[in-house]
Design a binder for this molecule. Structure first.
Ligand code: ADE
Ligand code: ZN
Ligand code: ZN
Length: 258
């Protein structure tokens, strides 16, 4: 009886404690730090009016910080979209609670409205900065059946984890650079690269991410033990995605405020 109670308690605690962390704070901060370098003067001024002393880096993790509060649960599905392989976003079944595409659309709408309050603008700006980051973690565009790889169990060195968590945080942790070192070393692009990376729409970026997600699914078997070799083969994609996310975040903000 006592054992059953203890097992139940552990089960409940583990479901409460385990929480999806998205790119992880490091990925979101790196994305925001990179974006900061490509904001035009007008955008910088408008952002300062809304955020005061708070930087893009600081607000980039806000959408994860509020996730566990009941009042903000309705934004939970805005961090990702699940699209069946081979289908486009338009063809896919849509989550009635919203997804990352609808979320980004809503944020842009609020931020370009002449009538919304400053506090609403601040709130949706925080969400937008976060969601553009999430859009560049390939498994935020993964399959519904395994919750974007959250149910795809693998081993990472000697620990049990899942493919989603590997791409959100584990590879970045093993890599060991701080968010600012990542921004400094991978954040610089030429004018031509900036143009190339920022063309297209959010839906084009979704299609690009879906292709990457399929590559990530093909990169491991369920239960496989992954370590140095996997890290060496895939960290470059993580770096590129953070660079793209940062540059595109700047472009979205310049378009809205510049
Ligand atoms: N995080 C939580 N659920 C998810 C899902 N279904 N797809 C991607 N990321 C998620
Ligand atoms: Zn995630
Ligand atoms: Zn998120």
């Amino acid at each position: 009886m006592r054992n059953t109670f203890l097992s139940l308690l552990l089960l409940v605690l583990s479901t409460v404690i385990v929480k999806a962390d998205d790119w992880g704070s490091k990925g979101h901060r790196a994305t925001a730090a990179i974006a900061t370098n490509y904001l035009n003067k007008k955008t910088q001024r408008e952002l300062e009016k809304l955020l005061g002393e708070e930087t893009l880096v600081v607000i980039s993790t806000y959408a994860d910080e509020i996730k566990s509060y009941d009042a903000y649960r309705k934004y939970g599905s805005w961090h990702y979209v699940n699209i069946a392989p081979g289908l486009s976003y338009a063809e896919a079944e849509h989550n009635k609670y919203g997804d990352i595409v609808m979320g980004i659309e809503k944020c842009k709408e609020v931020l370009s409205s002449k009538t919304t309050s400053k506090s609403d603008k601040v709130f949706y700006l925080k969400l937008l900065v976060h969601f553009i980051g999430d859009l560049h973690q390939p498994l935020h565009l993964g399959h519904a059946e395994d919750k974007g790889g959250n149910d795809f169990q693998v081993r990472w060195f000697n620990d049990g984890t899942n493919l989603h968590s590997l791409w959100d945080t584990k590879m970045l942790e093993s890599y060991g650079m701080s968010y600012s070192e990542i921004a400094e070393n991978f954040g610089s692009v030429s004018k031509d690269q900036y143009k190339e990376l920022t063309k297209g729409s959010v839906l084009d970026w979704v299609t690009e991410g879906q292709t990457l997600a399929e590559m990530v699914y093909d990169s491991a078997e369920i239960g496989e033990k992954l370590s140095y070799r996997y890290q060496a083969d895939h960290i470059k994609i993580v770096q590129e995605q953070l660079q793209k996310g940062g540059v595109r975040l700047a472009a979205v903000l310049n378009e809205l405020f510049g």
